[in-house]
Design a protein around this ligand. Structure first.
Ligand SMILES: Nc1ncnc2c1ncn2[C@@H]1O[C@H](COP(=O)(O)OP(=O)(O)OP(=O)(O)O)[C@@H](O)[C@H]1O
Ligand SMILES: [Mg+2]
Length: 305
């Protein structure tokens, strides 16, 4: 299988080279006002489709927004935006973000350099004897690629950079290390199992540098066309209890609406296509909460780095 490190150089660069790239990363993001990470401990809870609709809503209200699809092995933002995977992103320096609809600036692993074969997989750690001899596991493709995307994509001046993570607690860990000034939104289903995983993500974030904006409950209930009520889809209560006990704001409890998945699949914006639905109205309210949080984050930034 092809793995990303086949196409990278300098993966085993000495620590000082990595540190230099780290400071390059912070300088590169200096023009970005608020960096918001959308995360979940479990997969398929709606991170990417919510990210896309929040980005669109913020852009429609005049905000400059970028999205980093940090799900390197299974990117979905490009398709959800109705963009074609482009092959024009140079791997190393001065990456021009993909031009998405509504002026969105997009970085993703499926926007690749002209002529580069697409990697099949991004690996995390090298467990070869050489690496073990080097004192243990050596970080390879995944974090290094994310770092390069963050350090080299010319996002320019943005009000928001939304980072759509792959599922998993380790993704929160990774992004917290790369972008300590990021703020976190955790997305979860209402179920006990999903809420338990969300709790771990929140606990991790509480022990790291990243600030927690709040929780989004997705697929909280079913809102059918013409229904005037929302029926539960899963056992209710666990996530609301978690939010209360952890003293983390419950930002929204979004209902299930089958047209949301249709819009994602077609690469169109649900919030525009079905603006009158309860789900769209709640997504628009969610974007307003995020915008408010972004204003606070920008105001509290000690310096423009
Ligand atoms: N509230 C909703 N109503 C209907 N469909 C939804 C809702 N939220 C998400 N979906 C659909 O569920 C599917 C999974 O959502 P999405 O890909 O956004 O999740 P994800 O958390 O990014 O998944 P992964 O962890 O695999 O990256 C998509 O088809 C999406 O459109
Ligand atoms: Mg996703």
């Amino acid at each position: 299988m092809r793995i990303f490190r086949d196409f990278e150089t300098g993966e085993n660069a000495p620590d000082d080279a990595r540190l230099a790239e780290g400071s390059h990363l912070h300088a590169n993001l200096a023009g970005v006002g608020a960096i918001v990470v959308l995360a979940s401990a479990r997969g398929g809870v709606g991170k990417s489709s919510i990210t896309v609709n929040l980005a669109a809503t913020l852009a429609l209200t005049g905000r400059k927004v970028g999205i980093l699809d940090a799900d390197l092995n299974s990117p979905s933002i490009v398709a959800m935006l109705g963009m074609k995977p482009l092959r024009r992103m140079p791997a190393m320096e001065g990456i021009e973000p993909g031009a998405g609809p509504l002026g969105l600036r997009i970085a993703a692993s499926n926007l690749l350099p002209e002529g580069e074969p697409a990697p099949m997989s991004f690996v995390d750690f090298d467990e070869t004897p050489a690496a073990r001899g080097n004192g243990g596991l050596v970080e390879l493709g995944y974090s290094a690629t994310l770092r390069r995307l963050l350090a080299n994509t010319r996002f320019g001046m943005l009000d928001f950079l939304l980072i759509d993570l792959a599922p998993g607690l380790e993704q929160v860990y990774r992004i917290a290390r790369l972008v300590p000034r990021a703020s976190l939104v955790v997305i979860s289903h209402p179920s006990e199992l999903s809420s338990r995983a969300a709790k771990e993500a929140l606990e991790f974030a509480a022990n790291s540098s990243i600030a927690i904006i709040g929780i989004i409950e997705n697929m909280a209930g079913f809102s059918c066309d013409g229904c005037h009520s929302v029926r539960p889809l899963m056992p209710q209560g666990a996530l609301a209890t978690l939010a209360r006990e952890a003293r983390v704001p419950m930002l929204e409890r979004l209902p299930f609406d089958p047209r949301f998945a249709e819009s994602s699949d077609r690469g169109t914006f649900f919030v525009r296509e079905h603006a009158e639905t309860p789900l769209a109205k709640q997504l628009i309210a969610l974007a307003a909460s995020l915008d408010h949080a972004g204003t606070t984050i920008r105001a509290e930034r000690p310096e423009q780095v």
